[in-house]
Ligand binder design. Structure first.
Ligand code: THU
Length: 137
């Protein structure tokens, strides 16, 4: 159980900007090499422009120079562990192997761990583009 990663996600959850949903989410990523990167959801009055906690943590990771994910934690004050949305599953899969563990947590102590492959079976990856022609319309 990645308790330190959950603690990091819980700490940044309190920084979430979620005045519209009232639903604060924190995410923490341990990169290969050990550094931890965090993110929270940031909403916008134009609702679709908001960003998820996972997306924020990925952006922080890449900005810090890491591109491989070893482990992920996501936490919210919810009745059950909150799974990453579909878009965030694809975003995580860009930087994580199939067996990377994603632990979903609640503020009251529930935990659920799934792998990236379990969260996103049949993922789109670069192999499907093998016959693509760069520059083609
Ligand atoms: N949200 C996340 O940040 N991560 C998730 O895994 C699920 C949903 C955010 C998006 C939005 O700001 C709020 O939670 C309600 O959907």
């Amino acid at each position: 159980m990645p308790d330190d990663l959950i603690a990091a996600a819980d700490e940044v959850r309190r920084m979430a900007y979620a005045p519209y949903s009232g639903f604060q989410v924190g995410a923490a990523i341990r990169a290969e090499g050990g550094r931890v990167h965090v993110g929270c959801n940031v909403e916008n009055v134009a609702y679709p422009e908001g960003t998820c906690a996972e997306a924020g943590a990925i952006a922080a990771m890449v900005a810090a120079g890491d591109t491989r994910i070893a482990e992920v934690a996501v936490i919210a004050d919810a009745p059950a562990p909150v799974p990453p949305c579909g878009g965030c599953r694809q975003k995580l899969a860009e930087f994580a192997g199939s067996e990377v563990r994603v632990t979903m947590a609640t503020a009251d102590g529930q935990r659920l761990t799934m792998t990236v492959a379990e969260l996103l079976p049949g993922r789109f990856d670069a192999g499907y583009m093998n016959r693509a022609t760069p520059g083609a319309p």
